[in-house]
Design a protein around this ligand. Structure first.
Ligand SMILES: Cc1cc2nc3c(=O)[nH]c(=O)nc-3n(C[C@H](O)[C@H](O)[C@H](O)COP(=O)(O)OP(=O)(O)OC[C@H]3O[C@@H](n4cnc5c(N)ncnc54)[C@H](O)[C@@H]3O)c2cc1C
Length: 433
C-alpha cells in the first residue's frame, strides 16, 4: 500500500501557524518559567489558549463530539512534532500530559455524569488532573504487580496505597488512580481506574519527587511528579471508570496514541538540537578550521539527519496504520518507535551538546535540559527493554523452528537437496558428454 504523509493545504496552513506561534509565543516563555509562580504562568497561558481555541486547534486529540477535530493520528503526529519543540507548548494547546491522556480516558470510559463532572471542566481548562499508577515498591513496567487496593464498602470504594511519579499530582484537582479491585482475578483483570478528588480526606501528597529533570522542584507547580499516600480514602462507587477490572483495557487504549505523540514530540526536540548542532558547526573554529569541516562533525550531522528521518517515517507510518487499520494492528509499530525514537532523541541531543563543549553543558543553552529530559524517555511509557521484548515476540510469532533442528539455510543440506532436484538433468548432460 502507498504511504503518503503529505497533508492538505488547509491543514498545512494550520501547521505553519502553529510553528510560528510556538516559536514566537512559547519559546520566550521557557526562559521565565523557573522564576514564575503557577498563578503567573496561568495568567500568561490564558490569552495564548484563547488564540489556539480560535484557530480550532484546542484539545485536537479528542473526537469531534467533545470539541476535538477528529484529525486522525497522522495529522495529530504532525502537530505534536511542532508542540515537541518546547515542553511548554502542549499546555497552550490543551494537550498537556497527563490532562490529555486523562481526557481520553474519560471520553472513552466515562459515564455522562463523570464527563459532566470531570471531563468538560478539564477540557475547558478549569480543572487539572493526574494519572496515578506507578508505585515505588512494585515494577511500573509490569503493572500486573500493582499493590494499591480499593475495597468496596457499601456504595463507596475505600482506597489504600502508595504511588509516586504521578505527574502534576500536587496541582491536580482530581487523580485517576489505578488500583487492584480483585486480587484473585486474572492478572490483567485485577485492576480498575477510579477517579479520586485531590481534596478527599486521606489523599496525602508527600512531595514532588526531585528528578534529573527537576532536581529542586517547587512544590505545587506544573510538571512535578508527586509521591502520594492514599490512606482510607473513600470515594463514591460511581467514581469507577468503565467496568471493574477494566483498568488495563482502558490504559491500553490510551497508551497507543500517547506513544505516537511522544515520538513526534521527541522529533520536535531533536530538530531543535540538530539546528543548534548545525549552526554551531558553522561558527566555531578549532584546529585550523570550522567544526563543519571536520569529518566527525559531518558524520554527526549526517547520522542525526538519517536517524531523525527514519524515526519520523516510522512514527508517521505507525500513525497511518492506526488510522487505517486500528490500534491493535499498530502494536508492533508503536513498540518499534517507542524505543527507536527514544534512542534518536538521546543521540541527537548528545551530539549537539558535545559540539558545544562547555557552552552545551551550561544552562546558558537549553541542551543540558533537553539531555536530562531525554533520559527518561527510555523508560517511561514502557522501558526500551520491554518494547524490544514485545517487538521480538511478535516478530517471532511469524517463524517456526525447523522440524529437524537443521537451519533451513544450511548450505550442505541445501546442496544435497539441489543435487536430488537436478539429478535427472545432470545425468542427461553427463550421458551426452
Ligand atoms: C518524567 C516521568 C513522568 C512519569 N509520569 C507518570 C505518571 O504521570 N503516572 C504514573 O503512574 N507514572 C508515571 N511515571 C512512571 C513511569 O511510568 C515508570 O517509571 C515506568 O513505568 C517504569 O517503571 P519503574 O520506574 O517502576 O521501573 P521498573 O519497572 O522497576 O523497571 C526498571 C528497569 O528494569 C528493566 N526491565 C523491566 N522489565 C524488563 C524486561 N521485561 N526485560 C528487560 N529489562 C526489564 C528496564 O531496564 C527498566 O528500565 C513517570 C516517569 C517519569 C520518568
Amino acid at each position: 500500500m502507498a504511504w503518503d504523509f503529505s497533508t492538505d493545504p488547509a491543514f498545512q496552513e494550520q501547521l505553519d501557524w502553529m510553528r510560528a506561534f510556538v516559536r514566537d509565543e512559547i519559546w520566550p516563555l521557557e526562559t521565565l518559567v523557573d522564576e514564575l509562580e503557577q498563578s503567573e504562568l496561568d495568567a500568561i497561558y490564558a490569552p495564548l489558549q484563547v488564540r489556539v481555541k480560535a484557530r480550532g486547534l484546542w484539545a485536537a486529540h479528542l473526537p469531534p463530539e467533545l470539541g476535538g477535530q477528529g484529525f486522525g493520528q497522522v495529522k495529530l503526529g504532525l502537530m505534536h512534532e511542532i508542540l515537541g519543540s518546547s515542553p511548554f507548548a502542549p499546555n497552550a494547546f490543551g494537550n498537556q500530559a497527563p490532562d490529555s491522556g486523562n481526557s481520553e480516558i474519560l471520553a472513552l470510559a466515562g459515564t455522562p455524569e463523570q464527563k459532566e463532572r470531570w471531563l468538560y471542566p478539564l477540557l475547558a481548562g478549569d480543572l487539572k488532573s493526574a494519572f496515578s499508577m506507578t508505585e515505588p515498591d512494585t515494577a511500573g513496567s509490569d503493572p500486573t504487580q500493582l499493590r494499591s487496593r480499593a475495597v468496596r464498602d457499601g456504595d463507596e470504594w475505600v482506597i489504600n496505597g502508595h504511588k509516586w511519579f504521578s505527574s502534576n499530582g500536587s496541582i491536580a484537582d482530581f487523580l485517576i488512580v489505578m488500583v487492584v479491585t480483585d486480587p484473585d482475578a486474572r492478572p490483567h483483570q485485577r485492576a480498575s481506574m477510579i477517579v479520586v478528588p485531590a481534596d478527599a480526606p486521606g489523599v496525602h501528597i508527600v512531595r514532588d519527587v526531585p528528578t534529573m529533570e527537576h532536581p529542586a522542584p517547587s512544590f505545587g507547580k506544573l510538571g512535578g511528579h508527586a509521591e502520594i499516600r492514599y490512606e482510607d480514602v473513600r470515594v463514591p462507587a460511581e467514581n469507577l471508570l468503565g467496568g471493574e477490572g477494566e483498568g488495563f483495557l482502558i490504559a491500553q487504549h490510551r497508551l497507543g496514541p500517547g506513544r505516537i505523540h511522544h515520538c513526534m514530540r521527541w522529533l520536535g526536540v531533536s530538530r531543535r538540537a540538530f539546528d543548534m548542532l548545525c549552526e554551531r558547526s558553522l561558527s566555531r573554529q578549532s584546529h585550523g578550521g570550522l567544526l563543519a569541516d571536520k569529518q566527525t562533525i559531518q558524520n554527526w550531522i549526517a547520522d542525526s539527519a538519517a536517524q531523525m528521518q527514519a524515526a519520523r517515517l516510522m512514527t508517521l507510518h505507525a500513525a497511518w496504520v492506526m488510522d487505517t487499520q486500528g490500534a491493535s494492528a499498530a502494536r508492533t509499530d508503536i513498540s518499534l518507535i517507542k524505543f527507536f525514537g527514544a534512542g534518536v532523541l538521546h543521540d541527537v541531543i548528545d551530539r549537539a551538546l558535545q559540539a558545544h563543549g562547555s557552552l552545551g553543558y551550561s544552562t546558558d543553552l537549553p541542551l543540558e535540559a533537553m539531555y536530562r529530559y531525554a533520559r527518561a524517555a527510555r523508560f517511561y511509557d514502557g522501558p526500551d527493554e520491554v518494547h524490544r521484548q514485545s517487538v521480538a515476540r511478535q516478530i517471532l510469532r511469524g517463524y517456526e523452528p525447523p522440524s529437524d533442528g537443521v537451519p533451513s539455510e544450511h548450505v550442505p543440506t541445501r546442496r544435497e537437496a539441489a543435487r536430488r532436484k537436478f539429478a535427472d538433468l545432470l545425468d542427461t548432460v553427463t550421458a551426452n558428454d
